[in-house]
Design a protein around this ligand. Structure first.
Ligand SMILES: [Zn+2]
Length: 256
């Protein structure tokens, strides 16, 4: 049976190996995706974006700040959308597939082991069937594309803001914001959590478990959405809210 709320600050029993795996998973994905992003953004020039932006807003100073930022973001997005982001896309897809397997292993462990048991466990091998540990390649690619598309948009907004608000060198400030990859770190987090949650559900499906509970991390940082997800459970396997409720969500779906 699931115990309500996990208590991340004082993990006991089965939650110890489960969250150790999960933290390592997120850390690795973060590193790998950001490394790919740095390679993909290397040598990128936002000069054309600055030129397009200047043409769109003109040199007049009475233009609304919000309008100037939006025009800059749109100009940056044109440059970003023209690139393939091959490495970043690949890194996100791989991170999602790893996370799916990790989620499956955690879910399988939660179903089959006593919850007081804190011994480590491995991730098994398998094939692409319903309830299997592996996320199919096309699902991983679709996940990577969706997450990347959203992240490019927020990155364009961030770089556009840096460009429009720059007091010195709009191009350099925008390129710095681009290369920092803050939105990609969040994107990696979301991709990993979503795949992890899907992997958990696949494990429960494979074990024919009927219901799941949404468990929060049990500290003061838990948000209202996650608290109400926990309060509204247990759920049927297909009726449960999907992880993550938001970026950096630490919640978990456990057998109810
Ligand atoms: Zn949460």
């Amino acid at each position: 049976m699931a115990d309500a709320t996990i208590q991340l600050s004082a993990l006991t029993g089965i939650w110890r190996p489960v969250y150790a795996h999960r933290l390592a998973l997120h850390a690795t994905a973060d590193t790998v995706v950001l490394a790919a992003w740095r390679k993909d953004t290397h040598g990128i020039s936002l000069g054309p974006a600055v030129a397009a932006w200047r043409q769109a807003v003109g040199e007049s100073t009475d233009t609304q700040r919000q309008h100037r930022r939006q025009a800059a973001a749109a100009a940056v997005l044109v440059v970003l959308a023209a690139r393939s982001w091959r490495r970043t896309r690949r890194a996100l897809a791989t991170a999602a597939q790893r996370a799916h397997r990790a989620g499956w292993a955690a879910g399988h462990h939660l179903v089959t082991q006593d919850h007081d048991d804190d011994t480590p466990y491995d991730t098994p091998g398998s094939q692409y069937v319903l309830g299997a540990p592996d996320m199919p390649d096309d699902t991983a690619d679709a996940t990577a594309t969706a997450v990347l598309t959203a992240a490019l948009k927020t990155t364009a907004n961030r770089a556009g803001r840096a460009m429009a608000d720059s007091t010195n060198d709009p191009q350099q400030d925008a390129e710095d914001a681009l290369e920092a990859g803050l939105d990609l770190a969040l994107a990696a987090d979301v991709a990993v959590s979503a795949a992890y949650g899907a992997g958990m559900l696949a494990a429960y499906l494979a074990d024919a478990d009927a219901a799941v509970q949404w468990l929060t991390a049990g500290d003061e940082r838990v948000c209202e959405t996650c608290l109400s997800n926990e309060a509204a459970g247990p759920y049927s396997l297909l009726g449960a809210p999907t992880l993550p409720a938001h970026p950096r969500c630490r919640c978990c779906l456990a057998p109810a």
